[in-house]
Write a protein that binds this ligand. Sequence first.
Ligand SMILES: Cc1cc2nc3c(=O)[nH]c(=O)nc-3n(C[C@H](O)[C@H](O)[C@H](O)COP(=O)(O)O)c2cc1C
Length: 356
Amino acid sequence: MAAFYDLAYSMFRPLLFRLDAERAHRLTLAMVRHAPRFASHHDSPELQTTAFGLTFSNPLGLAAGLDKDGLALAAWERLGFGFAEIGTITPRPQLGNGRPRIWRIPKHHALINRMGFPSDGMVQVASRLRQARAQTMGMRIAINLGPNRETPSERLAEDYAELVRQMAEFCDFIVVNLSSPNTPGLREFQAPERMRTVVERIKHACAEIGVIRPLLIKVAPDLEAVKLGEICAAATELGLAGIVATNTSLDHAALGVVSHLKGGLSGTPLKLRSREVIASIHRFTRGRIPIVGVGGIASAEDAYGHIRAGASLIELYTGLIYHGPGLVWQIRSGLLDLLTRDGFRSFSQAVGCAAA
Ligand SMILES: Cc1cc2nc3c(=O)[nH]c(=O)nc-3n(C[C@H](O)[C@H](O)[C@H](O)COP(=O)(O)O)c2cc1C
Protein backbone atom coordinates (compact mmCIF):
# COMPACT_ATOMS: atom_id res chain seq x y z
CA MET A 1 0.00 0.00 0.00
CA ALA A 2 3.00 2.31 0.44
CA ALA A 3 3.45 1.87 -3.33
CA PHE A 4 -0.17 2.95 -3.91
CA TYR A 5 0.27 6.13 -1.85
CA ASP A 6 3.72 6.83 -3.31
CA LEU A 7 2.33 6.62 -6.84
CA ALA A 8 -0.74 8.73 -6.03
CA TYR A 9 1.39 11.36 -4.26
CA SER A 10 4.01 11.49 -7.03
CA MET A 11 1.16 12.39 -9.40
CA PHE A 12 -0.45 14.97 -7.10
CA ARG A 13 2.65 16.59 -5.60
CA PRO A 14 3.63 18.75 -8.62
CA LEU A 15 0.08 20.13 -8.68
CA LEU A 16 0.00 20.71 -4.93
CA PHE A 17 3.41 22.42 -4.93
CA ARG A 18 2.16 24.87 -7.58
CA LEU A 19 -0.53 26.04 -5.17
CA ASP A 20 -0.04 28.35 -2.22
CA ALA A 21 1.07 26.12 0.72
CA GLU A 22 -2.07 26.69 2.79
CA ARG A 23 -4.44 26.00 -0.11
CA ALA A 24 -2.48 22.81 -0.87
CA HIS A 25 -2.82 21.87 2.79
CA ARG A 26 -6.61 22.24 2.71
CA LEU A 27 -6.88 20.25 -0.51
CA THR A 28 -4.69 17.49 0.96
CA LEU A 29 -6.86 17.29 4.08
CA ALA A 30 -9.94 16.96 1.88
CA MET A 31 -8.28 14.16 -0.17
CA VAL A 32 -6.90 12.35 2.87
CA ARG A 33 -10.44 11.99 4.22
CA HIS A 34 -11.11 9.61 1.31
CA ALA A 35 -7.92 7.56 1.75
CA PRO A 36 -8.70 3.82 1.36
CA ARG A 37 -8.11 1.26 4.11
CA PHE A 38 -5.95 -1.68 3.12
CA ALA A 39 -6.42 -5.21 4.48
CA SER A 40 -2.78 -5.53 5.56
CA HIS A 41 -3.05 -2.51 7.84
CA HIS A 42 -2.39 -4.48 11.05
CA ASP A 43 0.76 -3.69 12.97
CA SER A 44 3.37 -6.28 13.90
CA PRO A 45 3.48 -7.01 17.63
CA GLU A 46 7.12 -5.79 17.70
CA LEU A 47 5.87 -2.27 16.95
CA GLN A 48 3.32 -2.26 19.75
CA THR A 49 4.43 -0.06 22.59
CA THR A 50 3.32 1.38 25.90
CA ALA A 51 3.79 4.91 27.19
CA PHE A 52 2.23 6.67 30.18
CA GLY A 53 -0.01 3.69 30.83
CA LEU A 54 -1.45 3.57 27.29
CA THR A 55 -0.84 0.90 24.66
CA PHE A 56 -0.15 2.09 21.11
CA SER A 57 -0.47 -0.25 18.09
CA ASN A 58 2.63 1.46 16.68
CA PRO A 59 4.77 4.39 17.87
CA LEU A 60 4.17 6.71 14.93
CA GLY A 61 1.87 9.70 15.36
CA LEU A 62 0.59 12.68 13.43
CA ALA A 63 2.16 15.87 14.84
CA ALA A 64 0.00 18.79 15.97
CA GLY A 65 -0.89 21.43 13.41
CA LEU A 66 -1.77 19.29 10.42
CA ASP A 67 -5.29 18.49 11.61
CA LYS A 68 -5.95 21.41 13.95
CA ASP A 69 -9.72 20.94 14.02
CA GLY A 70 -10.12 17.15 14.01
CA LEU A 71 -11.44 17.06 10.44
CA ALA A 72 -9.87 13.78 9.27
CA LEU A 73 -9.56 11.57 12.35
CA ALA A 74 -10.65 8.29 10.78
CA ALA A 75 -8.29 8.90 7.86
CA TRP A 76 -5.19 9.15 10.07
CA GLU A 77 -5.99 5.72 11.42
CA ARG A 78 -6.50 4.33 7.90
CA LEU A 79 -3.13 5.77 6.86
CA GLY A 80 -1.49 3.67 9.58
CA PHE A 81 -0.77 6.09 12.43
CA GLY A 82 -0.74 4.69 15.98
CA PHE A 83 -1.95 8.06 17.30
CA ALA A 84 -2.88 11.56 16.12
CA GLU A 85 -2.34 14.83 17.97
CA ILE A 86 -5.27 17.14 17.14
CA GLY A 87 -4.85 20.90 17.57
CA THR A 88 -3.67 23.32 18.68
CA ILE A 89 -7.25 23.91 19.84
CA THR A 90 -8.14 27.23 21.48
CA PRO A 91 -11.15 27.86 23.78
CA ARG A 92 -12.93 30.28 21.46
CA PRO A 93 -12.77 30.13 17.63
CA GLN A 94 -10.09 32.40 16.14
CA LEU A 95 -8.73 33.10 12.66
CA GLY A 96 -5.00 33.13 13.41
CA ASN A 97 -2.54 35.39 11.60
CA GLY A 98 -3.15 36.94 8.17
CA ARG A 99 -2.16 35.02 5.03
CA PRO A 100 0.25 34.03 3.62
CA ARG A 101 1.45 32.25 6.76
CA ILE A 102 3.00 28.95 5.55
CA TRP A 103 5.91 28.75 3.12
CA ARG A 104 7.74 25.78 1.59
CA ILE A 105 11.54 25.82 1.41
CA PRO A 106 11.96 22.89 -1.04
CA LYS A 107 15.75 23.17 -1.18
CA HIS A 108 15.86 22.18 2.51
CA HIS A 109 12.73 19.99 2.63
CA ALA A 110 11.47 22.50 5.20
CA LEU A 111 8.50 24.71 6.01
CA ILE A 112 8.27 28.06 7.76
CA ASN A 113 4.94 28.93 9.36
CA ARG A 114 3.41 31.64 11.47
CA MET A 115 -0.16 30.31 11.63
CA GLY A 116 -0.93 31.79 15.08
CA PHE A 117 -3.43 29.07 16.15
CA PRO A 118 -6.33 29.32 13.70
CA SER A 119 -8.96 27.15 15.43
CA ASP A 120 -12.63 26.25 15.12
CA GLY A 121 -12.68 26.48 18.92
CA MET A 122 -13.19 23.81 21.58
CA VAL A 123 -16.96 23.30 21.22
CA GLN A 124 -16.82 22.33 17.54
CA VAL A 125 -13.68 20.24 17.83
CA ALA A 126 -15.05 18.43 20.90
CA SER A 127 -18.15 17.42 18.97
CA ARG A 128 -15.99 15.98 16.13
CA LEU A 129 -13.88 14.05 18.63
CA ARG A 130 -17.00 12.71 20.34
CA GLN A 131 -18.25 11.31 17.01
CA ALA A 132 -14.86 9.84 16.09
CA ARG A 133 -14.55 8.08 19.46
CA ALA A 134 -17.99 6.54 18.97
CA GLN A 135 -16.62 4.70 15.91
CA THR A 136 -14.41 2.52 18.16
CA MET A 137 -11.06 3.63 16.84
CA GLY A 138 -7.93 1.65 17.69
CA MET A 139 -5.78 4.73 17.14
CA ARG A 140 -5.00 6.87 20.19
CA ILE A 141 -6.06 10.53 20.15
CA ALA A 142 -4.18 13.37 21.79
CA ILE A 143 -5.44 16.93 22.05
CA ASN A 144 -2.96 19.80 21.86
CA LEU A 145 -4.19 22.87 23.74
CA GLY A 146 -3.34 26.57 23.52
CA PRO A 147 -4.76 29.89 24.69
CA ASN A 148 -6.63 32.46 22.61
CA ARG A 149 -4.43 35.25 21.34
CA GLU A 150 -6.27 38.01 23.22
CA THR A 151 -6.14 36.19 26.57
CA PRO A 152 -3.99 38.22 29.00
CA SER A 153 -1.13 36.28 30.56
CA GLU A 154 -2.72 36.32 34.04
CA ARG A 155 -5.75 34.44 32.63
CA LEU A 156 -3.79 32.03 30.46
CA ALA A 157 -3.99 29.11 32.92
CA GLU A 158 -7.78 29.52 32.96
CA ASP A 159 -7.91 29.11 29.15
CA TYR A 160 -6.20 25.72 29.52
CA ALA A 161 -8.56 24.75 32.35
CA GLU A 162 -11.61 25.61 30.21
CA LEU A 163 -10.24 23.51 27.36
CA VAL A 164 -9.66 20.54 29.63
CA ARG A 165 -13.14 20.74 31.14
CA GLN A 166 -14.67 20.73 27.64
CA MET A 167 -12.43 18.21 25.93
CA ALA A 168 -10.57 15.84 28.26
CA GLU A 169 -13.15 13.05 28.08
CA PHE A 170 -12.76 12.78 24.28
CA CYS A 171 -9.03 12.07 24.19
CA ASP A 172 -6.46 9.59 25.46
CA PHE A 173 -3.85 12.16 26.47
CA ILE A 174 -3.35 15.92 26.62
CA VAL A 175 -0.47 18.03 25.28
CA VAL A 176 -0.08 21.51 26.73
CA ASN A 177 1.45 23.68 24.05
CA LEU A 178 3.76 26.19 25.75
CA SER A 179 6.17 26.45 22.84
CA SER A 180 4.47 27.88 19.75
CA PRO A 181 6.63 30.76 18.49
CA ASN A 182 3.58 32.41 16.88
CA THR A 183 1.53 33.40 19.94
CA PRO A 184 3.28 36.33 21.63
CA GLY A 185 4.53 35.56 25.15
CA LEU A 186 3.54 31.86 25.14
CA ARG A 187 7.09 30.48 25.24
CA GLU A 188 7.70 32.40 28.47
CA PHE A 189 5.30 29.94 30.12
CA GLN A 190 8.00 27.28 29.76
CA ALA A 191 9.65 28.91 32.82
CA PRO A 192 9.13 26.44 35.71
CA GLU A 193 7.12 28.72 38.03
CA ARG A 194 4.74 29.74 35.21
CA MET A 195 4.52 26.15 33.96
CA ARG A 196 3.57 25.11 37.48
CA THR A 197 0.63 27.56 37.57
CA VAL A 198 -0.70 26.19 34.28
CA VAL A 199 -0.21 22.51 35.17
CA GLU A 200 -1.76 22.85 38.62
CA ARG A 201 -4.77 24.67 37.16
CA ILE A 202 -5.24 21.92 34.56
CA LYS A 203 -4.95 19.16 37.15
CA HIS A 204 -7.55 20.93 39.25
CA ALA A 205 -9.88 21.13 36.21
CA CYS A 206 -9.42 17.39 35.54
CA ALA A 207 -10.26 16.62 39.18
CA GLU A 208 -13.38 18.83 38.97
CA ILE A 209 -14.80 16.81 36.08
CA GLY A 210 -13.43 13.48 37.35
CA VAL A 211 -11.54 12.75 34.12
CA ILE A 212 -7.85 12.03 34.59
CA ARG A 213 -5.67 11.94 31.48
CA PRO A 214 -1.88 11.77 31.04
CA LEU A 215 -0.61 15.33 30.78
CA LEU A 216 2.39 16.25 28.59
CA ILE A 217 4.06 19.55 27.74
CA LYS A 218 5.48 20.46 24.34
CA VAL A 219 8.81 22.29 24.36
CA ALA A 220 10.71 24.50 21.92
CA PRO A 221 13.97 23.44 20.26
CA ASP A 222 15.53 26.83 21.02
CA LEU A 223 16.04 26.45 24.79
CA GLU A 224 19.42 26.82 26.48
CA ALA A 225 20.61 23.65 28.24
CA VAL A 226 20.16 25.18 31.70
CA LYS A 227 16.56 26.16 30.97
CA LEU A 228 15.80 22.73 29.53
CA GLY A 229 17.25 21.14 32.68
CA GLU A 230 14.97 23.31 34.83
CA ILE A 231 11.94 22.35 32.75
CA CYS A 232 12.80 18.66 33.12
CA ALA A 233 13.17 19.04 36.90
CA ALA A 234 9.80 20.84 37.09
CA ALA A 235 8.16 18.20 34.85
CA THR A 236 9.39 15.45 37.19
CA GLU A 237 8.28 17.30 40.30
CA LEU A 238 4.85 18.07 38.81
CA GLY A 239 4.38 14.43 37.85
CA LEU A 240 3.93 15.15 34.13
CA ALA A 241 3.37 12.02 32.05
CA GLY A 242 5.66 13.05 29.20
CA ILE A 243 7.39 15.74 27.14
CA VAL A 244 6.86 16.40 23.42
CA ALA A 245 10.14 17.56 21.85
CA THR A 246 10.18 19.66 19.78
CA ASN A 247 8.10 22.44 18.29
CA THR A 248 9.39 24.55 15.36
CA SER A 249 12.52 26.73 15.61
CA LEU A 250 13.07 30.48 15.35
CA ASP A 251 16.80 29.91 15.05
CA HIS A 252 16.83 29.65 11.23
CA ALA A 253 20.41 30.74 10.60
CA ALA A 254 21.86 28.33 13.18
CA LEU A 255 20.00 25.52 11.40
CA GLY A 256 21.52 26.54 8.06
CA VAL A 257 18.47 28.22 6.50
CA VAL A 258 18.86 31.76 5.20
CA SER A 259 15.43 33.36 4.84
CA HIS A 260 13.72 36.71 5.33
CA LEU A 261 10.52 34.89 6.40
CA LYS A 262 9.46 35.14 10.02
CA GLY A 263 8.00 32.09 11.74
CA GLY A 264 8.78 28.60 12.99
CA LEU A 265 11.07 26.39 10.90
CA SER A 266 10.28 22.66 10.58
CA GLY A 267 11.52 19.74 8.50
CA THR A 268 14.98 18.38 7.71
CA PRO A 269 17.04 21.33 9.09
CA LEU A 270 15.39 20.79 12.49
CA LYS A 271 16.18 17.07 12.75
CA LEU A 272 19.50 17.10 14.58
CA ARG A 273 18.51 19.97 16.86
CA SER A 274 15.35 18.09 17.92
CA ARG A 275 17.39 14.93 18.45
CA GLU A 276 19.83 16.81 20.72
CA VAL A 277 16.90 18.10 22.77
CA ILE A 278 15.44 14.57 23.01
CA ALA A 279 18.82 13.21 24.17
CA SER A 280 19.19 16.01 26.74
CA ILE A 281 15.71 15.41 28.16
CA HIS A 282 16.42 11.67 28.34
CA ARG A 283 19.63 12.44 30.25
CA PHE A 284 18.10 15.07 32.57
CA THR A 285 15.15 12.81 33.47
CA ARG A 286 17.25 9.61 33.53
CA GLY A 287 14.80 8.10 31.06
CA ARG A 288 11.97 8.26 33.58
CA ILE A 289 9.66 10.57 31.59
CA PRO A 290 8.53 9.29 28.18
CA ILE A 291 9.47 11.58 25.30
CA VAL A 292 7.45 12.09 22.11
CA GLY A 293 10.16 12.87 19.53
CA VAL A 294 9.24 15.20 16.67
CA GLY A 295 11.26 17.30 14.26
CA GLY A 296 12.61 16.55 10.79
CA ILE A 297 11.64 12.89 10.50
CA ALA A 298 11.49 11.87 6.83
CA SER A 299 12.59 8.20 6.87
CA ALA A 300 12.75 5.11 9.08
CA GLU A 301 16.41 5.92 9.86
CA ASP A 302 15.43 9.41 11.04
CA ALA A 303 12.71 7.93 13.27
CA TYR A 304 15.12 5.32 14.61
CA GLY A 305 17.65 8.05 15.43
CA HIS A 306 15.08 9.90 17.57
CA ILE A 307 14.09 6.62 19.27
CA ARG A 308 17.71 5.68 20.03
CA ALA A 309 18.19 9.19 21.48
CA GLY A 310 15.32 8.54 23.91
CA ALA A 311 11.93 8.97 22.20
CA SER A 312 9.25 6.43 23.17
CA LEU A 313 6.88 7.73 20.49
CA ILE A 314 7.55 9.74 17.33
CA GLU A 315 5.57 12.19 15.21
CA LEU A 316 5.61 13.59 11.68
CA TYR A 317 4.44 16.71 9.94
CA THR A 318 6.76 18.28 7.35
CA GLY A 319 8.03 14.88 6.09
CA LEU A 320 4.47 14.09 5.02
CA ILE A 321 4.31 17.26 2.91
CA TYR A 322 7.47 16.32 1.00
CA HIS A 323 7.05 12.52 0.84
CA GLY A 324 3.28 11.92 1.05
CA PRO A 325 1.28 9.49 3.16
CA GLY A 326 3.25 6.41 1.96
CA LEU A 327 5.93 7.62 4.41
CA VAL A 328 3.88 6.22 7.30
CA TRP A 329 4.16 2.66 5.91
CA GLN A 330 7.77 3.14 4.91
CA ILE A 331 8.70 4.16 8.44
CA ARG A 332 6.75 1.35 10.09
CA SER A 333 8.25 -1.39 7.92
CA GLY A 334 11.70 0.23 7.92
CA LEU A 335 11.67 0.39 11.71
CA LEU A 336 10.95 -3.35 11.88
CA ASP A 337 13.98 -4.02 9.63
CA LEU A 338 16.21 -1.79 11.77
CA LEU A 339 15.07 -3.47 15.01
CA THR A 340 15.81 -6.92 13.53
CA ARG A 341 19.19 -5.74 12.20
CA ASP A 342 20.21 -4.56 15.66
CA GLY A 343 18.86 -7.64 17.47
CA PHE A 344 16.03 -5.92 19.40
CA ARG A 345 12.99 -8.10 20.06
CA SER A 346 10.68 -5.15 20.67
CA PHE A 347 10.51 -1.49 19.88
CA SER A 348 10.77 -0.40 23.51
CA GLN A 349 14.19 -2.10 23.92
CA ALA A 350 15.63 0.41 21.44
CA VAL A 351 14.38 3.52 23.29
CA GLY A 352 17.34 5.55 24.52
CA CYS A 353 19.91 2.86 23.61
CA ALA A 354 22.24 5.46 22.07
CA ALA A 355 22.35 7.23 25.43
CA ALA A 356 23.37 4.11 27.37
C1 LIG B 1 2.23 24.56 9.31
C2 LIG B 1 2.53 24.05 10.68
C3 LIG B 1 1.61 24.27 11.71
C4 LIG B 1 1.89 23.80 13.00
N1 LIG B 1 0.97 24.01 13.98
C5 LIG B 1 1.21 23.54 15.22
C6 LIG B 1 0.26 23.70 16.25
O1 LIG B 1 -0.84 24.23 16.06
N2 LIG B 1 0.58 23.26 17.50
C7 LIG B 1 1.78 22.63 17.78
O2 LIG B 1 2.01 22.22 18.92
N3 LIG B 1 2.70 22.43 16.79
C8 LIG B 1 2.45 22.87 15.55
N4 LIG B 1 3.37 22.67 14.56
C9 LIG B 1 4.65 22.01 14.90
C10 LIG B 1 4.66 20.51 14.59
O3 LIG B 1 3.72 19.83 15.39
C11 LIG B 1 6.06 19.91 14.85
O4 LIG B 1 6.37 20.06 16.22
C12 LIG B 1 7.16 20.60 14.03
O5 LIG B 1 6.68 20.94 12.75
C13 LIG B 1 8.39 19.71 13.87
O6 LIG B 1 8.08 18.51 13.20
P1 LIG B 1 8.33 18.28 11.61
O7 LIG B 1 9.73 18.69 11.31
O8 LIG B 1 8.04 16.81 11.39
O9 LIG B 1 7.34 19.14 10.91
C14 LIG B 1 3.10 23.10 13.27
C15 LIG B 1 4.01 22.88 12.22
C16 LIG B 1 3.73 23.33 10.94
C17 LIG B 1 4.73 23.06 9.83
